[in-house]
Ligand binder design. Structure first.
Ligand code: ZN
Ligand code: ZN
Length: 341
């Protein structure tokens, strides 16, 4: 174990970096970062590929720094623990998610809303992430992952699962749940919803029969194009796709009192729609980021349920190919990078 975790003598690593939006990721040799007092140095095993990474690389989100190593669904093993960390053993497996740090003293942090902290730092956005062989993470923000998932199965749980779970919790307890956009997050949340006795209605891009079949395989009672009406009134809807036109569509599908939750960090403009769609105490809200409490709650559930994540693996050096495949909708479930090959 120790020999596996020793660092290369030149302390350099392979990383995929965003250096200029629109130009894709660059394969580089860079210095392995040094962990600060509160940080862990991790050997990255697997890093999930999230649509947010694609928004960053494509320049659809404002960048906070460049160059940047993306990746916020990181499963890694502790190589070195900073002197103010406690309870982490060398070799131990941990997960790193999107929330990389928060200020701890603002009104949001004080009110269990660290996800809204104005000075939060996000993994693979404000801090370098897991598209690399090594990374550092604040030990206070990492998660211990349920044993039942291997590294590749666990990676998508760290954002698709976790932020999907926050959106799911916000959507309320109704029986009929619509999922708009059937990618990495929806394929996990559909399984959770089924286990909790709900009916899942899956909306995909019109004509995307493969994704519709995948949704049915995972227990959706109905799957169809986002241009089709739901066969029954829905109690709640979660929009995972980045298409703003889905919002009035989903409002039209939910019953009075129902809710529509927008789960993505980026969405195209929402077209104007008649007030009648919102009338009847329907509500619309977004879900931003995650709290550590969300992670603890979600991983407790994931430890009990046999969630099966469908993954398509790419080598670290092929991260750009993984992003291109995600953009094109070439696979079901989640893409992951194997960072140890
Ligand atoms: Zn994400
Ligand atoms: Zn704060």
């Amino acid at each position: 174990m120790h020999s596996q975790l020793s660092l290369p003598s030149d302390r350099s690593m392979t990383a995929l970096r965003l250096e200029q939006p629109g130009l894709g990721l660059a394969l580089r040799r860079v210095a392995i970062p040094q962990p600060a007092a509160h940080e862990l140095l991790l050997r990255v095993s697997v890093c999930g590929v999230c649509r947010t990474d694609l928004h960053l690389v494509d320049g659809e989100l404002p960048l906070h720094r460049l160059p940047l190593i993306p990746g916020h669904e990181v499963v890694g093993h502790v190589v070195q623990a900073g002197r103010e960390t406690s309870g982490f053993a060398v070799g131990e497996r941990v997960g790193v998610a999107w929330l990389g740090g928060s200020c701890g003293h603002c009104a949001y942090c004080g009110d269990a809303h660290e996800n809204l902290c104005d000075n939060a730092s996000f993994t693979g956005y404000d801090r370098d992430g897991g598209y690399a062989e090594y990374m550092v993470a604040d030990a206070r923000y990492v998660f211990r992952l349920p044993e039942r998932y291997d590294d590749e199965q666990a990676a998508p749980l760290l954002c698709a699962g976790l932020i999907g779970y926050r959106a799911y919790a916000m959507a309320g307890p109704g029986k009929r749940l619509g999922l708009y956009g059937f990618g990495a997050a929806a394929h996990i949340i559909a399984q959770l919803a089924r286990h909790q006795g709900r009916e899942v209605y899956a909306f995909t891009r019109p004509g995307d029969v493969r994704s519709q079949n995948f949704a049915r395989e995972l227990g959706a009672v109905w799957a169809g194009g986002s241009d089709e009406m739901a066969p029954d009134d829905l109690d709640a809807a979660i929009i995972f796709a980045a298409n703003g036109a889905l919002l009035p569509k989903a409002l039209g599908d939910v019953a009075k009192g129902g809710s529509v939750v927008c789960a993505g960090i980026h969405m195209s403009d929402i077209p104007a729609f008649p007030y009648a769609l919102l009338w009847g105490e329907r509500s619309v809200r977004s879900v931003a980021n995650l709290t550590r409490a969300d992670g603890e709650a979600f991983f407790r559930i994931a430890a009990e349920l046999p969630l099966r994540t469908r993954t398509t693996a790419f080598a670290l050096r092929d991260a750009q190919k993984a992003l291109d495949a995600l953009r094109a909708g070439d696979f079901d479930g989640a893409a992951v990078l194997r960072c140890r090959d």
